[in-house]
Design a protein around this ligand. Structure first.
Ligand code: MN
Length: 230
């Protein structure tokens, strides 16, 4: 057996290891921080929901990315990402930590104008979220390094100006609860990533802007939007 052409396998380096994490699926949680839900015009009590991005929308530790087509309002959403290391369906939240392989820091880039247009027409907004290079991500930090994450400052700055500043203890649904909820819908498998939602302060980025992402004071991403059209 051979493939008609080379299959695409997205993989992410694992800190302190020569192995790479092979990505299967990318799930994202919507509105998982109260302040962000409010800034998007929703009540703080609304339960989070899920959407997906294609695995090859990930860009690992990029120094620069292209400004995408079909938008004039590109937004940053900094997020803690959970890397799943074990298969499981209908996972109980008490057991959910056992499914965490590690963590990464990511940006859920969003074409906010296109998303608003799709929403207004009750159309799916996949292409406002799952476009090429829409998910910059750091290397994976193994679970043993950070343990059961229940708190930790998460920040994104644009051109050295702090734009998003939150703490993962502000999540409406905790990491074990997100894993439990998502695994009601689908069987999670080793290789899955979960973007766990963004704190408030989302905003626009323009060509040539630089973004830096910090978790617990340590820098994990530093990338620039390319200045010119590709
Ligand atoms: Mn998001």
């Amino acid at each position: 057996m051979s493939y008609a052409f080379e299959p695409t396998i997205t993989s992410i380096p694992i800190e302190g290891s020569s192995q790479k994490f092979p990505v299967r699926r990318v799930y994202c949680v919507g509105r998982n921080y109260v302040e962000h839900a409010i800034e998007m015009g929703h009540s703080e009590r609304e339960a989070p929901f899920f959407f997906t991005k294609p695995a090859d929308a990930l860009v690992v530790n990029p120094e620069s990315i292209n400004y995408p087509s079909m938008t004039k309002e590109l937004h940053h959403e900094v997020e803690l990402v959970v890397a799943v290391g074990k298969d499981g369906a209908e996972i109980n939240s008490e057991n959910a930590w056992g499914y965490v392989f590690g963590y990464a820091l990511g940006i859920d880039l969003t074409k906010r104008d296109l998303q608003a247009d799709f929403k207004s027409k009750s159309r799916p907004w996949d292409l406002a979220k799952g476009f090429d290079q829409s998910a910059p991500i750091s290397s994976i930090i193994p679970f043993k390094e950070l343990g059961k994450l229940k708190e930790g400052s998460i920040e994104l700055s644009v051109n050295n100006e702090l734009r998003q500043q939150g703490n993962i203890n502000q999540m409406i649904w905790s990491i074990p609860e997100v894993i439990a909820e998502l695994s009601k819908h689908i069987e999670l498998k080793a290789g899955d990533l979960i973007f766990t939602g963004t704190p408030s302060g989302v905003g626009e980025i323009s060509r040539a802007d630089n973004m830096e992402v910090y978790f617990k004071g340590k820098k994990y991403l530093n990338l620039t939007l390319k200045q010119y059209e590709k």
